[in-house]
Structures are given as structure tokens and as C-alpha cells.
Write a protein that binds this ligand. Structure first.
Ligand code: PGA
Length: 249
């Protein structure tokens, strides 16, 4: 089966401040003990330097929430992959549903962002997922396959280096979670798709995200093709985030 370590990644979204970040991360670092999984926190760009300091020497990796499709130049407000790299960023979320929804990110843009990250030596966590409308129309499989196909198309040669996060949009921040069976079914589809494109399919981790919390994490993480979680709301509470981390083995 898949012998790789699971990955639990927190997505703080646009939350936090210097004081809150410090107390949250101090508590998480203190409670990590012998975590069996890899852990990352995706933080707002202005806090990368602070967070890099706070987690240094711990098992927590720093992640960013977005990256520019451009390398450098006249792109006001954008942050490049090489800038992220300078702050010790190991992972970057690309194509989060909130970026697709509120910033009009297309499959092509998301693929190019993944490409920029890979070129800078940062692992992209490529988010895919269907909207409620698509879910209700029975289009889940077609949508996630289309989203992932774009990333494979552009990054085929290094597709084994990506992480994929399946986040049904109807489950993100809603308190409504996909059942373990629903998550597993979509993950199996994604697994087949990436495996067909990869020389090292065993390396690729598929995360589930969308209202994962301390109560439902263990069951979701027990599914054979769920290799970790992308956690929004519950990653802002040290006790909850730690419980999810310790459920990942
Ligand atoms: P949620 O967010 O856990 O709050 O649903 C997940 C995400 O957006 O990555």
C-alpha cells in the first residue's frame, strides 16, 4: 500500500496577527511530541518571516497560500516563488477554491502557478474540488479530473513532486464534510489519474480538505487513498489541530 507519511497542512487563510500566531504555534510545537505525520502551516505572506522563526527546529514546515504565475517584474501586489523560497517555504497552496472563486483563477493559471512553485523547489499543494451545483449534478468526477488534467498537462515530467488536495467546495468552511466513503471514492479517481501520469506514483500524497476537524479526522484519514488533510478553521485552534495531527498515522 502507500507507505509514505501522511501530511497535515493547516490553512490559516486571512487570519492571524503577530500575537495570536505566536501563541498558536508555540502551543502546536509544544504538543507535537512524536507526530507520525508531516505537518505544515500555510500562513499569510506578511507572517512568513515570523512563522519561519517560530517553527525553526520543529517538525513544522512553512507553507504559503498562493504564488504568482510570473517570475518577477511589474506585477504589483504579487509574490513570486523565489521570494517564498527565501523565507524557507516548503509548500504552497495553488488553486484553492477561494482563489478560483473570488479571483477567477482558471485551470491554466493554477497549472502555471504549480509550475512556478516546482521550478523554485517548492511543493505545490494543488487544490481541486467541485461546487455544490456540480456535486448535485453528479459532475464531481468530471470536474476534479479536468482540474487535475490541466496541472498534469503542464507539469507532467515532475508530477510526482506535487501534492493534491481534494476539497469539495460545498464542504469548505461550511461544517459539512464529505463522508469518508465519498472522499475515498474521489481520491481513488485522482489516484488513478496521477498514477497514470507519474513514474513514481507512490510518492504522491492526496489530501482531503473541507470541514475536517478533531472529531471526523480519524475516519477520513483511515481511508486507503487519503494521505492527509488540508485544514482551515480547525487549524486555528491548537488543541484541535494537534488532535488531527495525532490522528494521522
Ligand atoms: P475548512 O477549510 O477546514 O475551514 O473547511 C479548508 C480549506 O479551505 O482548506
Amino acid at each position: 500500500m502507500h507507505s509514505k507519511k501522511k501530511l497535515i497542512a493547516g490553512n490559516w487563510k486571512m487570519n492571524g496577527n503577530l500575537t495570536a500566531n505566536k501563541s498558536l504555534l508555540t502551543a502546536v510545537v509544544d504538543g507535537l511530541n512524536q507526530a507520525q505525520c508531516d505537518v505544515a502551516v500555510a500562513v499569510p505572506a506578511p507572517y512568513l518571516a515570523q512563522v519561519e522563526r517560530l517553527v525553526s527546529g520543529s517538525a513544522i514546515a512553512v507553507a504559503a497560500q498562493d504564488v504568482s504565475v510570473h517570475e518577477s517584474g511589474a506585477y504589483t501586489g504579487e509574490v513570486s516563488a523565489s521570494m517564498l523560497k527565501e523565507f524557507g517555504v516548503r509548500y504552497v497552496l495553488v488553486g484553492h477554491s477561494e482563489r478560483r472563486q473570488y479571483h477567477g483563477e482558471s485551470d491554466v493559471v493554477v497549472s502555471r502557478k504549480a509550475q512556478r512553485a516546482l521550478a523554485a523547489g517548492i511543493t505545490p499543494i494543488v487544490c481541486v474540488g467541485e461546487t455544490l451545483q456540480e456535486f448535485e449534478a453528479g459532475d464531481t468526477e468530471a470536474v476534479v479530473k479536468r482540474q487535475l488534467a490541466a496541472v498534469i498537462h503542464l507539469n507532467g515530467h515532475c508530477i510526482s513532486e506535487i501534492v493534491v488536495a481534494y476539497e469539495p467546495v460545498w464542504a469548505v468552511g461550511t461544517g459539512r464534510t464529505a463522508s469518508p466513503e465519498q472522499a475515498q471514492a474521489v481520491h481513488a479517481v485522482l489516484r488513478t489519474q496521477v498514477a497514470a501520469a507519474s513514474e513514481h506514483p507512490d510518492r504522491i500524497r492526496l489530501l482531503y480538505g473541507g470541514s475536517m476537524n478533531a472529531a471526523n479526522a480519524a475516519q477520513l484519514l483511515a481511508q486507503p487513498d487519503v494521505d492527509g488533510g488540508l485544514i482551515g478553521g480547525a487549524s486555528l485552534k491548537a488543541a484541535d489541530f494537534l488532535q488531527i495531527i495525532h490522528a494521522a498515522r
